[in-house]
Design a protein around this ligand. Sequence first.
Ligand SMILES: *Cc1c(COP(=O)(O)O)cnc(C)c1O
Length: 351
Amino acid sequence: MSNTVNWKDLVLPHILSLQAYSSARDEFSGDAKVFLDANENPFDEEQHNWNRYPDPLQKDIKNQLSEIKGIASENIFLGNGSDEAIDLLFRVFCKAEESNVITCPPTYGMYKVSAAIHNVENIEISLRDDFQLDVEAILNAANEESKMLFICSPNNPTGNSLRKDSIQNLLEKFKGVVVIDEAYIDFSAQKSWMHQLKIYPNLVVLQTLSKAWGLASARLGMAFANQDLIKILNKVKPPYNISGPSQKLVSDSLKNKEGFNKQIKLILAERDKLNQELQDVPGIKKVYASDANFILVKLNEAKSIYQKLIEKGIVVRDRSNVKLCDDCLRITVGTELENKKLISALAKISS
Ligand SMILES: *Cc1c(COP(=O)(O)O)cnc(C)c1O
């Protein structure tokens, strides 16, 4: 079953009719060699083209990603991190002081911040105690002004994947845009929802190169959606949102799929080992199973252990103030040596 909502009706009218900025290089076609159109400095001493404006639509990277992900380039938007894609989605769909969005805490903090920036109400429907979606409560809370629903799977900070039947149910029944954030999908055995774009035109899938691909510094986030929505996102984004050096770095890195696969394997093996070892540390009450590259643990006196770890030079993420995560720390899977240091520090602290 598909969804009867027409996603285009959700786009703000001024965005639908927006005339995009047209850059100097968009306005010619042909095989030019002399570029006197963009007021750039003509000297290119290092031969990297750093003196030139970068490709506004990042065609090379999109072609590479298209092959890696098995999806058409036309379905890919690239942003300055996923955070830019989230911001743009608010600009496209949400009207300040009128629209609302639905998020499901505990989850990634940026949805809420972005809602606040855009002066859009954030309706929070907590995950259930098992960290799964409360589908009925979400559908009951949704109203005519509910433009987007944010689902994070595998979820940050809990680490679990959200059930497929719940997500499918929401994709079919929620009368707005469903944004599925798959920042950690490469660490999970789950399949991406991006292959369902044809069935659900109101679906947007977010991924990032910041985690599994090891390129947090490059700031490269991806949004996958139907072609027309991608065109709208491209129209609204700043023209040169991905810098030339970033595009070069990303393009080179994407060629090394073998290195990527190897690192994922290592991280997953370390995750399983860390999960085992954490269970044996006295004072740890619960180690949650993870489909991501981090592990949520429940301890006695999380705050004090967090401080003591810092005194030993180890920083983890204190999530103890977060709903459903009381007394929890979120620990990123590091190198073998880093994980050893963590375990021995925890053992010392609790002895
Ligand atoms: C880390 C993370 C991101 C990544 O954001 P970028 O801006 O691409 O670095 C997105 N979503 C979730 C859930 C994350 O944990």
